[in-house]
Ligand binder design. Structure first.
Ligand code: 5GP
Ligand code: MN
Length: 342
């Protein structure tokens, strides 16, 4: 059987993935580190769906989940991955993860999996996905991995439980910024409508994602806007560089920072938003674009990171906040000048 390090990989169709799911008796689902709403929604939604089909299915989260998602984690295992654990499942399903280095395993590399005789399926919506599954299904036209996994589940003809519908609705909601971003296509809205018909708990999702902000996060955001937010290029670029002590001082965990970049994106006149925060000796950069003619994907890829054209990220070794700001000022304005990308 192929394993994670098997060089022979196949590009599959959604129907082939559906057939793989139905053939397996037990499935372990992995997703990317620092999970966002789509990672959580696609992994746990698929686990709930497969459990409903009578299978043993778990979504693995070696790290703590962002607080807002803890109420959705019924089908989760919170422990590091091990070859022994893999050997107890027929299939390892990797979701929403663009490359092998970003799979949340709690320490193991893909290579460590070799002794386990497990079959790896890779389902994702990131262009240029390099996860070496035995079978790979990558559709970068899909707004969310939650959308893809819902569509695959529908192909099986099996019942879709309410818990799965809620989780997939969560992932689609967060990866489209609640149906605001350019990836909000008719396909997304049809899927969202179907999920609501299946009983997806819209109120639970929207309350968790938008109406559960802790007070310390509000104060953190207020100081971010007042002291750290800067603009350049006539306001077309809004950026903030956060030294490590700043979130710490507010008792704010940056793993809960999904959506914080919208403080920059929402400003009138902003085209590109950049949020950088210090993590040990490196800075984590998030890039967002509001106009399709100025994508941020190419910049992130050039820096060794990745993501989507309008939402991407990268990590850079930089000594301090001043160096991170200089880096932004030297590299981001170029995004507004890339004629060939227009
Ligand atoms: P965020 O800025 O919210 O962390 O991520 C935005 C998008 O870029 C997501 O699709 C995420 O997976 C991707 N991304 C963020 N950081 C990195 C990175 O360091 N490497 C890669 N390959 N992708 C990243
Ligand atoms: Mn996603």
């Amino acid at each position: 059987m192929p394993t994670m390090s098997d060089p022979e990989t196949t590009a599959a169709t959604a129907a082939e993935i559906a057939a793989e799911w139905m053939r397996a008796g037990s499935i372990l689902i992995l997703t990317h580190e620092r999970p966002d709403g789509d990672a959580v929604g696609s992994a746990l939604g698929t686990a709930e769906f497969l459990r409903g089909c009578g299978k043993r299915a778990d979504a693995l989260f070696p790290e703590m989940l962002p607080k807002r998602y803890t109420g959705f984690a019924r089908a989760a295992r919170f422990e590091p991955l091990s070859p022994q654990m893999c050997a107890t499942y027929d299939l390892i399903l990797v979701l929403d993860c663009a490359n092998p280095a970003r799979i949340a395993t709690g320490g193991m590399t893909l290579h460590d999996l070799e002794p386990a005789s497990c079959r790896v399926l890779n389902v994702d919506h990131h262009r240029g996905n390099t996860v070496p599954g035995a079978v790979n299904f990558v559709d970068s036209t899909a707004a969310a991995a939650s959308l893809l996994t819902f569509e695959i589940a529908r192909l099986t003809g099996e019942k879709i439980p309410q818990e799965a519908a809620t989780l997939w609705y969560l992932g689609i909601t967060t990866d489209t910024g609640s149906f605001r971003f350019a990836n909000t296509t008719p396909r997304v809205l049809f899927a969202a409508a179907e999920l609501l018909k299946l009983g997806a708990e819209q109120e639970k999702v929207v309350n968790a994602v938008y109406f559960s902000k802790p007070r310390n996060q509000q104060l953190f955001e207020a100081e971010l806007v007042e002291k750290f937010l800067k603009v350049t290029d006539d306001g077309k670029i809004a950026y903030a560089v956060l030294p490590e002590e700043f979130p710490v001082r507010h008792g704010f965990d940056m793993r809960d920072s999904e959506g914080v970049i919208d403080l920059l994106r929402e400003i009138d006149g902003t085209i590109i938003a950049v949020l950088a925060y210090q993590r040990g000796g490196e800075f984590k950069f998030s890039f967002r674009s509001k106009e399709r003619s100025f994508p941020v994907g190419p910049l992130a890829r050039r820096l060794g990171g990745g993501g989507h054209e309008m939402a991407a990220g990268a990590t850079m070794l930089l000594p301090d906040a001043a160096a991170a700001e200089e880096f932004i000022l030297n590299n981001v304005p170029g995004v507004l000048q890339i004629e060939s990308e227009k």
